[in-house]
Write a protein that binds this ligand. Structure first.
Ligand code: FAD
Length: 816
């Protein structure tokens, strides 16, 4: 009897195992039904199960079989579900729909699938620069960096000096994305990112000034949507720098909710150059517009109305973008805002009854009302390039400087980098810099291959700028007063001040995290949701039912599979999941597999349970967005490591990056479950996602220490990590001078040990460092050359830790 029960249970477990394996492997419904049928038949024929129990199992199986009969399934199951779905489908405005449909789905789609196909990421080529791009980086970009005196720009002039403006225009820094046929440089995204990263390691003002025309603005909009006449008219001037562009969307009443702009354009008749024409009468009030004070061409977003139906049947066209020369009558422009002591050109612009011809609309009248779509389409790629590169430049510079500074700065007779507290901060800085570099490098390579990765762009915009902020905060902490005292000798303060600018622009970060990353990702990257929505809103009912049925059952299979995958991989700590690489990093791929399934499951369940409410539950969707971002960034780290040919020395950085990201994924999933409003569902999800609890650990102290060793010594890993910044050794470049001092300090290590030994043994008892060196020389501990080497090192270090002081009068803004 006991044996029969045991056998029966064993068979049942085997049956469940078969079901789980089929779900885990995503076997299609028909094959799964056949396999389950055979398994059940064998179980029945064995005669060990009770007949009542067999009836239950066969009834369940009959249900599964019926799902294979398409006509029955559509009529009895899908049709009622479609009715419910249509009633709960959240309303989506036109602007939201346009944002959702913008760009392409790339690696983000794989992560949303619950079963990422790593071969797709492996197939993406490593980024590379053309000879022209490399020459521009080594030539004009280095030269521009050399010309920059950031204190002069930020404090003395509150502007770039004329020679820098002229150099930027002459070398076409404003035209990196403009095609060569119009006189531009036509650089890849990777090249634009490389130039901006280098510039931002030197000056936030120069990087912002160069960044904006190469980001969303008239140039980009004209290239993609402009009429030939508009391209011919404006692009050569924009490329040569004779025309300075700006783009005005934001106003006092519409910031984050840019689609709510109250600025208007009314189609009407008017007189232009003595002739009556149909044109647009514009009224606007914009603020925060970069380059506006010096712009010659204003890109303007407004809502277009046509009350007299002069261009078509519609009264209202929606957001429209136009290009207007700033010398047009009625435009008020030229005043400046003062963004956090980062005085790049930024200011308001207003226009009262400004009459412009219809062909001012970018793309002509056919593009009336398409302004929003044009903007979000271009942002789909652009958000991954400009602001993330600025953040990378700041992060690399801060890490490079802090690694050297904490090595040469001594307190309690030790380099401060040797204190564990400082080491923790240094490791965080280096790890985050690595993640930022990886994310930009791999995502830009994807853009260069033709992707327009809208969701990854949002991930990069948010996380690179946030990590830039964290790195800057840590840098300020580990460099203490040196970072705080502003003046020509300060190399951290202005970057630290400028960071909230990057946080705010191109979609403020809280909004990007709470609304865009998951909100857009859930619909855009999900393998079924957008298709289901499109099928459900199809007016042709028969087609709608047919398509909805197909997507819905695909979706159900996907959800079952994710539940099985999440559960199995959580139980086994993802140990048996597929990985494209062996060795130390294999486990990171496996954990991404695991979180991908868990995330896909949690996303599906929350959309099912909360429906449209999820859009308002921003804290929940932000956490899911964090999980998604962590997986994306960890994938970028692994791919970057591969692109760099797996340098062994970088392993601690790769491990720190992946560990901290995957730990964050775990913690955010945990917080998501803790806050999920439907508690029974949360409990079930917890069983499927964390059956063994939270087992993933954050980076260890030992790992942090390995990273400190890498960045506080002149290692190849330190150079690779900070390869994109301006480190030329020359007076006026603190990064180069710090590196010189670091190398000199390393070279003097043996002498310093010798001096310490002499102090310990009582040969030396002089009080100050220089007196000690002199005494050691006199006592024969050092040769004259050795003593001189140490004196020079001390001088070098003192010059670097020195800060500025001013006469009171000099600090007054108003020098009366
Ligand atoms: C230096 C600088 C340069 C700029 N350059 C330009 C330019 O060239 N052209 C241009 O058109 N604009 C430009 N902007 C405007 C910029 O894009 C806006 O500042 C930005 O869109 C945010 O608007 P806001 O500052 O009015 O903040 P608000 O919209 O008032 O937002 C305040 C806070 O609320 C949060 N928030 C708002 N809505 C939500 C939501 N639904 N969910 C969660 N959080 C939300 C935001 O994240 C933010 O934290 C610039 C701004 C700055 C500061």
């Amino acid at each position: 009897m006991l044996i029969t029960v045991l056998l029966s249970l064993l068979w049942l477990a085997a049956l469940i195992g078969v079901g789980l394996t089929l779900a885990y492997r995503r076997t299609d419904l028909t094959t799964s039904t056949v396999i389950l049928g055979f398994a059940l038949l064998a179980y029945s024929l064995l005669g060990i199960a009770h007949w009542l129990w067999l009836i239950v199992l066969w009834a369940v199986f009959a249900g599964i079989v019926s799902l294979n009969v398409t006509s029955f399934r559509r009529e009895k199951i899908t049709a009622p579900l479609l009715k419910v779905y249509r009633s709960i489908l959240p309303s989506i405005s036109d602007t939201e729909r346009e944002a959702l449909e913008a760009g392409s789905v790339w690696w983000d789609g794989e992560l949303f699938s619950g079963q990422p196909d790593w071969s797709k990421l492996a197939a993406m080529p490593a980024p590379s620069l053309t000879d022209d791009e490399q020459a521009f980086l080594n030539g004009p970009t280095e030269d521009l960096c050399r010309m920059i005196d950031d204190w002069q720009i930020t404090h003395e002039l509150a502007d770039m000096p004329p020679e820098i403006w002229a150099f930027i225009k002459e070398h076409r820094f404003f035209a990196m994305i403009i095609p060569k046929e119009y006189g531009g440089l036509e650089f890849s995204a990777s090249a634009v990112a490389a130039v901006l990263t280098k510039l931002s390691s030197r000056s936030a003002v120069v990087a912002s000034t160069v960044g904006v025309p190469n980001s969303l603005g008239p140039g980009e909009l004209l290239m993609h949507y402009g009429t030939q006449e508009q391209k011919d008219r404006y692009l050569p001037g924009l490329a040569s720098g004779d025309e300075i562009p700006c783009f005005a969307l934001t106003g006092p009443r519409a910031g984050s909710d840019a689609s709510a702009i109250p600025d208007t354009g009314v189609v009407c008749k008017g007189i232009l150059d003595g002739e009556e024409i149909i044109g647009i009468k514009l009224n606007w009030n914009k603020r925060y517009i970069t380059l506006a004070p010096v712009a010659t061409v204003l890109g303007l977003a407004f809502k277009l109305y046509d009350p007299d139906h002069l261009i078509g049947d519609k009264d209202e066209y929606g957001i429209t973008a136009a290009l207007i020369p700033t010398n047009t009558d009625g435009i008020e422009i030229g005043r400046r805002h003062f963004p956090l002591n980062t005085p790049f050109m930024n200011g308001p612009t207003r226009g009262k009854d400004v009459f412009v011809p219809l062909d001012s609309i970018i793309g002509g009248v056919d593009r009336a009302g398409q302004g929003w779509r044009m903007l979000v389409e271009q942002l789909a790629a652009g958000r991954a390039v400009v602001l993330p590169s600025n953040a990378a430049g700041g992060a690399q510079a801060a890490t490079y400087a802090s690694g050297a500074y904490t090595r040469i700065r001594k307190q309690f007779n030790l380099p401060v980098s040797r204190f564990e507290g400082v080491g923790e901060a240094l490791a965080r800085m280096a790890g985050r810099t690595y993640i930022t570099n990886a994310a930009i490098s791999v995502t830009c390579a994807a853009i260069d291959q033709g992707e327009q990765p809208a969701v990854p762009s949002a991930i990069l915009k948010y996380h690179c700028t946030e990590m830039g902020r964290m790195v800057a905060n840590d840098a300020m902490d580990v460099q203490g007063g040196k970072g705080i005292m502003l003046g020509p000798k300060n190399y951290l303060g202005r970057t630290y001040q400028a960071i909230p600018i990057a946080i705010t622009v191109e979609g403020a970060n809280i909004l990007t995290r709470s609304l865009i990353i998951f909100g857009q990702g859930a619909i855009r990257c999900h393998p079924y949701v957008l298709d289901e929505m499109q099928a459900a809103t199809n007016d042709d009912y028969e087609q709608s039912l047919k398509d909805f049925d197909r997507h819905l059952f695909g979706h159900i299979g996907y959800a079952f599979s994710n539940a099985a995958r999440s559960f199995f991989m959580a139980l086994t700590h993802a140990r048996y999941s597929d990985t494209p690489k062996a060795g130390q990093i294999a486990r990171f791929y496996q954990h991404i597999n695991r979180y991908s399934a868990a995330f896909a499951l949690a996303s599906d369940v929350s959309m099912l349970v909360l429906g449209g409410e999820l859009k308002r539950r921003e804290s929940l969707s932000a956490r899911l967005g964090d999980v998604f971002s962590s997986m994306y960034l960890a994938s970028m780290v692994l791919k970057h490591f591969e692109n760099q040919s797996y340098p062994e020395d970088d392993l601690p950085l790769v491990e720190w990056a992946c560990r901290s990201l995957l730990y964050q994924a775990q913690e955010q999933l945990h917080s998501f479950l803790r806050n999920f409003p439907n508690r029974p569902v949360a409990a079930l999800l917890r069983v499927l996602i964390f059956p063994r609890g939270r087992m993933y650990s954050a980076p260890s102290d030992k790992l942090s220490q390995k990273i400190v060793d890498l960045i506080t010594h002149p290692t190849d890993a330190r150079e690779r990590l900070c390869a994109s910044i301006y480190t030329t050794s020359e007076p006026g470049n603190p990064l180069g001078l710090l590196q010189d001092a670091l190398e000199a300090a390393e070279a003097a290590t043996r002498l310093e040990e010798k001096l310490k030994e002499a102090v310990r043994s009582g040969i030396i008892d002089a009080p100050g460092p220089l007196e000690k060196i002199n005494q050691a020389e006199a006592a024969g501990v050092f040769t004259a050359d050795e003593a001189e080497q140490l004196r020079r090192l001390d001088e070098q270090i003192m010059a670097l830790i020195d800060v500025d002081d001013f006469d009171s009068q000099e600090l007054r803004a108003n020098q009366i």
